[in-house]
Ligand binder design. Structure first.
Ligand SMILES: CC(C)(COP(=O)(O)OP(=O)(O)OC[C@H]1O[C@@H](n2cnc3c(N)ncnc32)[C@H](O)[C@@H]1OP(=O)(O)O)[C@@H](O)C(=O)NCCC(=O)NCCS
Length: 177
């Protein structure tokens, strides 16, 4: 059984293992998942995926990644993580993706609420932020549903395949708000 770090109603945050990497590798190469990520053109080999896992593992002071686990089935359905963790200023960036077959069930919303608890209550961070591209309405809803507020926008900052240059929105959440 995989250790669970924080349990929610529908999903939990669990420790990511090497056995998960095949699925993450498939999902990360899925263009519909990549469309609104930072490097939509990126293609990973399985070895790249393993290297990424090892890099995150070695760099756990600056980066933490969890599996999003569906409670009834115990299946891995996505990943969510903190990067650029800055213990001095007490902030970190949050990012996530779910396997396509599990979109639209409120899983990202709950996973984000769990990682907020982890960041604020367990890591004693005081601020989280996320960069999201304007056409990514699902992700914007997930952030706003968890209390993130729009802090600013970089205009026509990023190229989305098939759409063109779009604004990058910066969302932030302060612990004491
Ligand atoms: C963004 C993502 C994580 C959302 O996951 P999810 O589990 O489907 O999200 P949820 O079900 O928790 O919530 C999605 C919300 O967006 C809404 N939504 C979904 N698609 C939408 C669309 N195309 N337009 C508008 N709203 C949309 C849903 O109705 C839901 O709203 P509600 O909570 O008010 O009912 C998922 O689509 C994904 O993995 N995308 C690819 C990777 C990615 O973009 N990651 C985020 C980078 S910032």
């Amino acid at each position: 059984m995989r250790p669970v770090i924080l349990r929610g109603k529908a999903v939990s945050l669990g420790v990511l293992t090497r056995d998960d990497l095949r699925r993450l590798w498939e999902w990360y190469n899925d263009r519909s998942i990549q469309l609104f990520l930072q490097r939509p053109w990126e293609v990973l080999t399985y070895e790249d995926e393993v290297e990424w896992y090892e890099r995150v593992r070695r760099n756990s002071e600056r980066e933490r990644v969890f599996g999003i686990i569906e409670n009834p089935t115990q299946d891995l359905v996505g990943v969510i993580g903190l990067s650029k963790i800055d213990p001095w200023d007490g902030h970190a960036e949050v990012g996530y993706y779910l396997s396509k077959e599990h979109w639209g069930q409120g899983y990202a919303r709950e996973a984000l609420s769990l990682i907020i608890t982890y960041a604020f209550d367990w890591m004693n961070l005081r601020k989280l932020y996320a960069n999201v591209y304007e056409p990514n309405e699902a992700s914007i809803r997930v952030l706003e549903a968890n209390g993130f507020r729009l802090a600013g926008r970089f205009r026509r900052h990023h190229h989305v395949p098939g759409t063109g240059y779009v604004d990058m929105l910066v969302y932030e959440l302060l612990r004491d708000e």
